[in-house]
Write a protein that binds this ligand. Structure first.
Ligand code: 5GP
Ligand code: MN
Length: 335
């Protein structure tokens, strides 16, 4: 993979571009993709954003979101754009299997593939140009750097600011995580100078749920949480029945895992949800517990040091039993 800087010269040549991201895109995946979209169209490129799957309702207000193609829903249209693409930007993921059903199509494309991402251990040999930096708060911050470093800071407008702010705000837990560095705050100052309304962005993302979602949160905190004080670990397992009972949709479980870390002394929080095709794990840790390695070692996953995800094809009961067994190996790290 060549450095992203080596690609800057090509920005001035109008191209057919596809931007894609990981399945079930979160605020950073959608924010960085749409931020890049609003930048590239100003340079005269023809740009299509494709998501591998659907996305949470609380992201639908984002400028440009209506034009995003859901690969699962409209495969023909998505494949049309992919087959014509001269450039493929891969944002907020670094292994092709994170694009789920799109993976074989992306692997077969012969166009130039560009990576912008902040996860651990990128897949080798897939990307022609790119930047992979785990010290970055968000992919949105990296898109901002890309725009500024390539000499186009003056193109940052309100839509770009809204999208990139959404990405950095959601990935830093509203600017509380350690990655919310001085340069993140400087970037926010530049975004603010476009005049965009950050309070509105917070409301759109965090105060945009239906009643059932709030009641679901109360129900699972009361009934589905276990705390293992000897391992400073909290676990929550959510069944398909729970999801059906509260009419839970994509995005409604986002942020749930963070509640577990609000219990005094907790170092590891684990949430597992019985999705149709797999059991999906979310891990969050505090301090020096490496959630990425834990997810990679035991649950076919990965991510960041303090926030990772994984999966299992076992039943919910089996995968929960496995979790309870494996944390015993980490008794010392979790002290
Ligand atoms: P979440 O728990 O919010 O789904 O994911 C936490 C972090 O881990 C995100 O940055 C996400 O991209 C990453 N992640 C989630 N699931 C997986 C997975 O199955 N594999 C890998 N490599 N990363 C994941
Ligand atoms: Mn991210």
């Amino acid at each position: 993979m060549q450095a992203l800087q080596a690609f800057y010269d090509q920005l001035t040549i109008p191209r057919k571009v596809v931007i894609t991201t990981h399945q079930k895109p979160d605020g950073d995946a959608m924010g960085s993709s749409l931020g890049l979209y609003h930048f590239l169209i100003q340079l005269g490129h023809t740009v299509t954003v494709i998501s591998p799957t659907n996305w949470a309702g609380f992201l639908k207000w984002m400028p440009g979101c209506k034009g995003v193609i859901d690969f699962d829903y409209d495969r023909e249209k998505a494949l049309g754009a992919l087959n014509e693409a001269e450039l493929l930007f891969c944002l907020d993921f670094n292994v092709l299997h994170r694009t789920k059903n799109m993976e074989p199509y992306l692997a077969a494309l012969e166009c130039t593939r560009i990576l912008i991402d902040h996860h651990e251990q990128p897949q080798q040999g897939v990307f022609h140009y790119g930047i992979s930096d785990t010290s970055k708060s968000s992919t949105a911050e990296m898109v901002y750097d890309f725009i500024v470093d390539s000499g186009y800071a003056d193109l940052i407008d309100v839509p770009i600011a809204e999208c990139l702010y959404t990405g950095v705000m959601t990935d830093t837990g509203s600017f509380r995580f350690p990655a919310a560095s001085a340069s993140v705050h400087k970037m926010v100052a530049v975004l603010k100078s476009t005049g965009f309304r950050h309070t509105q962005v917070h409301e759109n993302i965090y105060d945009n749920f239906l009643e059932n979602r709030v009641r679901f949160t109360g129900f699972v905190l009361l009934n589905r949480m276990e705390v293992f004080y000897e391992y400073n670990t909290a676990l929550m397992a959510i069944s398909k029945q729970d999801l059906l009972r509260f009419h839970i949709k994509t995005g409604d479980t986002e942020g749930l895992v963070n509640y577990l870390l609000t219990i005094q002394g907790m170092k590891l929080a684990a949430l597992v949800i019985d999705r149709d095709e797999e059991r999906k794990w979310s891990f969050r840790s505090k301090g020096n517990f490496d959630a990425n390695t834990f997810a990679r070692t035991h649950f076919e996953g990965g991510g960041h040091y303090n926030a990772a995800g994984g999966r299992s094809s076992e039943s919910l009961d089996q995968t929960v039993r496995k979790f309870k067994q494996v944390i015993k190996e980490y008794a010392i790290q979790l002290q």
